[in-house]
Design a protein around this ligand. Structure first.
Ligand code: FMN
Length: 732
């Protein structure tokens, strides 16, 4: 619930101030170019910072008839105001060592002039300045609530920079960019507020006033270069020097340094008055630098990127809100709650779970069932229902998502009139210690009510995996004797992107109907083991993906033939030298981790293909262990040459196999993992990586086993290793 409050404030403030934030960020981005373009002007002199004030002042005195001021501008260039030997009064950039004129003062370009006015006051003078000040403050609050939301999402400060789960483009980049841009945005907005307050004289007065003690007349005047203060002061500490107005002993040099202002007797060089610059003046100085990027190209670039990030946040934030609204308001039931045989109830916070629920709803409707879909918060009695299916995400720390916030209460008070079959599908993320906790709680609630009978055991889905969802549909079909077809959106295929691959080898299907295909690209194609090969059969142009093992320059695929499988039969009927049109999709998250010390690979069935490539490709000294689960010894045969070659080359350290059908008691790859728990915990503890490829059912069992192992051996939940990017999975 707390998450919703933070998200709500974040959104409401963003909507309220969106137009102004847009103006401020666009103009801010333009203005960030001003310090950059100034800095590339040739007025900065190498080593000038360490030149003594004595040197510069005396050279100016020699070169010009009279000197009024020497000051550093916002770009850290030195400016002198003088009367030249020709009697001209001039102000220009000056060389600190030779005293020569370097150039005329930079004039502000009209675009920067315009952008500055719009940025500061929207051309509305005081009203505009107040508005911008308020918007700056609102943006500060938005950034702070954003940081709070990221902390909640990532699971605390320690995990702030750890991996972000990608559910969709906008959500992913909103969080990823947010992690890096929010701190600069907090700085920009706070300094913006400060600068606004300063303009309205709200801050304590920071003006310096000196006491002027009476000075005794002296006969001799020290040369400028002999005045100790000037000798000991480097230009880097000076901001402004004003020469005495006349030769009167009571007219002084006024020297402004970074942290103080001094009056210096022009005859004796004595410091007549010394005043420290106030905290407010110092804060004002730094606010201006941090807000405008004056004098530093790097910070100006950071400011520019932060402004661009704000514009992206506006787009992605609103896109996410629209998506959330669309998915929740999309429920358009054909049947009323008391007419339907199937009831689908959804618990979702950000709307993604609605996607799977809607696909299931459509599939049931397509085969002629009466279905009613609602949120868990709308839980009620259902007169004709026989099945109740819950799709529930988990939020906070194992808590209910917003559309299920009231469900527990309702469940206690609503009594169903007839017995119902139930199934719960949990949506969560392995990044969180309380993986799918809310769905687990809901499942237990059903178990404890006598009028509910379990139709399917609780099924957990990690990161909205579509492959896992399809596995659940297969289980549903088997249990219910349905043939539900999930209609997923056809990805847009660009036929031009398809490449040609020649068939080099194809094995005959083995005892499990699995076979190997070796393909060679006809032209140069970049790929590595773990990438995916996408095919779009002409029947439906629906994408089918296969995990690639790279053997030399060829692609090795391991494919299981399904009786009516379009693609698997297509592959099985291929002849040597035939051409396959397909596209390589890079799967960066499933590449071999070249910087890990030790790697454990776990696969079942055809999931071994990418690992066959990795163990043969790998040339580093990374210890690599492969665990594989298959049905019988015959199942392994076609992979043996690759495994033996890798063991011989020592690119594979160990290979362990679990056969489910070779002995009386079934033995699966997860049992094998349990038998090697010391190795698993040792690898994870040493920052090693565990890679899993194969069926979703195997993946779930293996993850449960590893979770038990890490809890027992390392007292750490699996989520810690997932957040640390030590788990790489590609399951289907
Ligand atoms: C702040 C936050 C907290 C989360 N907490 C958990 C959690 O405790 N357990 C879990 O399994 N998933 C957790 N998740 C992951 C969500 O359940 C997962 O992203 C889900 O797919 C979101 O579905 P929805 O878009 O329908 O709300 C959390 C996500 C966020 C952003």
């Amino acid at each position: 619930m707390t998450i919703s409050i933070w998200r709500y404030s974040h959104l409401v403030l963003a909507i309220m101030s969106s137009l102004f934030i847009l103006i401020a960020s666009v103009t801010g981005a333009i203005l960030a170019f001003e310090p950059i373009s100034n800095q590339i002007q040739p007025y900065a002199i190498d080593g000038a910072e360490d030149v003594s004030l004595a040197k510069t002042l005396s050279v100016l005195q020699q070169e010009y008839d009279e000197v009024f001021t020497l000051e550093k501008d916002k770009n850290d260039f030195l400016i002198a105001s003088v009367i030249t030997k020709e009697g001209e009064s001039e102000t220009f950039y000056v060389h600190p060592i030779t005293g020569e004129k370097l150039g005329d003062l930079i004039k502000k370009a009209p675009i920067f002039e315009f952008a500055t006015n719009l940025h500061r006051s929207l051309f509305l003078k005081t009203t505009g300045r107040v508005l911008i000040g308020v918007v700056s403050f609102l943006l500060f609050v938005i950034a702070v609530t954003g940081i709070k939301l990221i902390l909640k999402r990532q699971g605390g400060i320690k995990r702030f920079f750890s991996k972000v789960v990608k559910e969709n483009f906008e959500q992913y980049y909103h969080v990823v960019i947010g992690k890096y841009a929010l701190i600069p945005i907090v700085i920009i907005t706070l300094t913006g507020v400060f600068l606004s307050l300063e303009k309205f004289d709200v801050l304590p007065d920071s003006k310096i006033s000196h006491q002027y003690p009476e000075q005794e007349e002296v006969e001799q005047r020290l040369l400028l270069r002999d005045i100790p203060l000037f000798q000991n002061t480097r230009l880097k500490n000076v901001t402004h020097v004003e020469f005495p107005f006349s030769d009167d002993i009571e007219d002084y040099f006024t020297v402004k340094l970074n942290d103080k202002e001094l009056l210096v007797n022009q005859y004796t060089g004595a410091i007549v008055s010394h005043q420290d610059i106030s905290f407010v003046a110092l804060a004002s100085y730094w606010s201006l630098i941090l807000h405008t990027g004056q004098g530093t190209i790097i910070w100006a670039i950071v400011l520019l990127l932060a402004c661009v990030a704000i514009m992206f946040f506006m787009y992605s934030g609103f896109a996410m809100t629209l998506r959330r609204r669309n998915s929740t308001s999309k429920i358009k039931n054909i049947f009323k709650k008391d007419e339907a045989e199937y009831i689908i109830l959804i618990g979702s916070e950000t709307g993604n779970t609605f996607r799977s629920a809607t696909l299931f709803y459509d599939a049931l409707i397509d085969v002629g069932h009466s279905v009613f879909m609602a949120t868990l918060n709308d839980y009620s009695t259902y007169d004709k229902a026989k099945y109740l299916v819950v799709f529930a995400a988990t939020y906070g720390e194992g808590e209910a998502p917003i559309s299920a916030s009231n469900f527990v209460k309702l469940f206690k008070s609503v009594k169903q009139k007839q017995p119902l079959h139930y199934a719960v599908v949990g949506f969560g993320s392995l990044m969180y210690p309380e993986y799918c906790k809310y769905a687990i709680d809901v499942d237990v609630m059903f178990q404890n009510k006598t009028y509910f009978t379990e139709h399917l055991p609780l099924f957990k889905i990690n990161n909205q995996s579509f492959e896992a969802f399809k596995t659940w549909i297969t289980q549903w079909n088997a249990q219910t004797h349905h043939d539900l077809k999930i209609k997923f959106q056809k990805p847009q295929i660009n036929l031009k992107k398809l490449k040609e691959f020649k068939v080099i080898h194809k094995s005959e299907p083995n005892i499990d109907d699995s076979f190997l295909v070796q393909l060679r690209p006809t032209k140069k194609v970049k790929f590595t083991s773990g990438d995916l090969l996408s095919l779009y059969p002409e029947v439906d142009f629906i994408e089918r993906q296969y995990s690639i093992g790279k053997i030399e320059k060829d692609i090795l695929l391991s494919i299981k033939k399904h009786e009516f499988g379009v693609c698997s039969n297509y592959f099985n009927n291929l002849k040597i030298n035939e051409i396959v049109n397909a596209q390589v999709k890079h799967n960066l998250d499933f590449h071999f981790p070249k910087d890990a010390k030790e790697v454990v690979m776990i696969a079942n069935g055809t999931g071994i293909a990418p690992f066959l490539g990795m163990i043969n490709e790998q040339r580093t000294a990374i210890k690599t262990h492969l665990f594989w689960g298959g049905r019988t010894k015959d199942s392994l045969r076609m992979y043996e040459t690759f495994i033996d070659a890798a063991l011989y080359k020592k690119t594979l350290t160990s290979f362990e196999v679990a056969y489910s059908q070779e002995q009386k008691d079934k033995f699966y790859v997860q049992d094998l993992i349990l038998n090697h728990q010391e190795l698993i915990s040792k690898v994870l503890k040493a920052n090693g990586v565990v890679m899993i490829c194969g069926s979703v059912a195997m993946q779930n069992r293996v993850l449960e086993t590893i979770h038990t192992i890490t809890l027992k051996q390392l007292n750490t939940p699996l989520s810690t290793f997932e957040a640390n990017d030590q788990l790489k999975m590609d399951c289907y």
